[in-house]
Design a protein around this ligand. Sequence first.
Ligand SMILES: Nc1ncnc2c1ncn2[C@@H]1O[C@H](COP(=O)(O)OP(=O)(O)OP(=O)(O)O)[C@@H](O)[C@H]1O
Length: 513
Amino acid sequence: MSDIDLQQVLGSRYKTSLEADGYTDQMRQHLALETKAQVARLAIGRSLAMGKLPDGAIDGQGRDIPATSLFSTENVGAWVGLLVAHSLTNGGPVIDSMDGLRLAIRAHWHRGALSLWADWKACEENYDKFIETLVERRSDMPEVVRKKPGAQDNGGDEQEGTAAPEDASATLTKALNELGIKVQVKDAIHGPRITRYRVLLLNLADSAKLERNMPQLGLAMNSALPTVANGDEAKTVFIDLPRPKATWKTVGIERLREWAHSGSRDPSQLMVYAGVSVTGEDIGFDLASAPHLLVGGTTGSGKSVCLHSLLLSLLLRHTPDTLQLALIDPKQVEFQPYAKLPNLYRGEIATEIPVAKEMLTELAVEMDARYGIFNRIGVNNIVEARRKGQAMPYIVVFIEEMADLVMQDKNIEPLIARLAQKARAAGIHLVLATQRPDAKTFSGLIRSNIPSRIALTVQRGSESSIILDETGAENLLGAGDMLMRLSGESPKRAHGVFVRLESVIQAVGALMK
Ligand SMILES: Nc1ncnc2c1ncn2[C@@H]1O[C@H](COP(=O)(O)OP(=O)(O)OP(=O)(O)O)[C@@H](O)[C@H]1O
């Protein structure tokens, strides 16, 4: 166990066999649970209550899930302890490294999922009977399982955690003291997921040491990785400490609506709402000056939710006369709620590669035509053209899974690069999303022309570097936690708005009335 670092455990992803993954998915649906991780926890808990794991390798072909959905900062130590204790008592994968831990999780999840599935069948797929069996077996049963399928939560996208955030100033002072850093905590602000402590350094020479010791501080505080930044007074720093998930407050569509209705409707701006800062203030920005945006993050990090919030921000402040949306979605499903909008460029969503290519080609033609008009009427850009009475909507191109497009047709990348280089003045802006940020998909040419970036959680620092040009996104908390770097600015942390698909459908429906 000596080589296992809990921060690393929380920063990794875990999977099981293909077979157990299938059962996990099915059980999630039958139990009306929100995530696969909830079933995986039940399964691992079930298997830990059983004896020695059977011999034989388990394939690792299931889809992986992030540790942050499986464990929390509060309980990760207990789970790792249970897994190690099981292996020491019963034999099985030796857990003295991250690889050993991954194998143990894979095997317990596999055995537990098969066992849960067998119980489900033995209960003749009867929900109540199955829950009774779970209780009898005293497995780890998350609260949500007790909700019957179809039971309602409060219905809104805005959610309060089940626990109130605690002021950990005293523990923080003690932990820093033990690291040899003398401080006085001045005050604390509870943001939606993070508490920001304003800390006076009693010895200014300790500031580099403080920065170096963030992982140790995280362990001492039993939290995900804290961060430190210069404070607002001499000798002070801000220490941002992520809190347990039960204390999070989710920012919902209501907040986005308020923002959209209160701000300016200047048609020469493409204001979008990204979410809130760590201390809870609204963060919006003008996509027209961004002028193009890359959104990257691993699967399940909140990318689609982020794209929906950007789309809704635009739609809430614009009409089809001032804004058109060119939607490209090789995944085929994400943009369906927008399929009937009058704002849709070409009146369709491009889900097939040839159609996407046609759409991008047409956008390049449109761009050139707009430059032709600018020449003719003696202006340089869309804002001036509009002032001279030209009816010319902005066009925002959203590409969901850029990697799929670029890998499948080598002629697509040059088209995107050309738009990225030249389309801004013509009022055409790009939002490119990917779950596979790598240098092959995002060539230097495209990256240098897409100056604004949003990084959601990624698996590796190298992926963070592709998106942001620096590491950091590998330490995010998941579920819409993001680092934003807008053109010419330094990265700042934000928590995205959570919009459920039902809310998107409802909001789009209301726009069409
Ligand atoms: N801003 C947010 N606040 C709270 N939870 C969020 C937020 N964004 C996403 N989530 C949670 O994360 C889940 C996954 O989000 P989403 O579907 O956007 O991920 P994704 O990165 O698009 O994944 P995939 O690539 O697999 O589609 C959501 O169902 C929700 O539970």
